[in-house]
Design a protein around this ligand. Structure first.
Ligand SMILES: [Zn+2]
Length: 105
């Protein structure tokens, strides 16, 4: 299990927890399992000495059957949440009542 990374200023060693800016790099070529690798890059700024640097925040491997986050594989089945379709029945009744009223006149 890879442990959660903390980011140290290469200049003075101060630990910085959050990047000031992140962006994604998507590899155009899938790996041997057919997954696309997405690298999250970050810009860090040291609150102590003001040094700025870039580092890899995390790597995601996204495929049809699994997603790998920083070396930990999660099956897509696990992540799938049941779909909820909400229909506002109260509103529907109101609309129907209005229609009926109109037709009676
Ligand atoms: Zn520093």
């Amino acid at each position: 299990m890879p442990k959660r990374r903390s980011f140290e200023c290469p200049n003075c060693g101060t630990v910085v927890n959050e990047p000031t800016k992140t962006w994604q790099l998507v590899a155009p070529i899938p790996d041997r399992k057919g997954r696309i690798t997405i690298t999250i890059m970050g810009v860090f700024e040291c609150p102590n000495c003001g040094h700025r640097w870039r580092d890899v925040v995390s790597k995601l491997k996204v495929g049809e059957t699994s997603v790998e986050v920083s070396g930990r594989e999660i099956s897509v089945e696990e992540r799938r949440e049941p779909k909820v379709i909400e229909i506002d029945l109260e509103n529907l009744d109101e609309e129907m009542a209005k229609l009926e009223e109109y037709e009676e006149k």
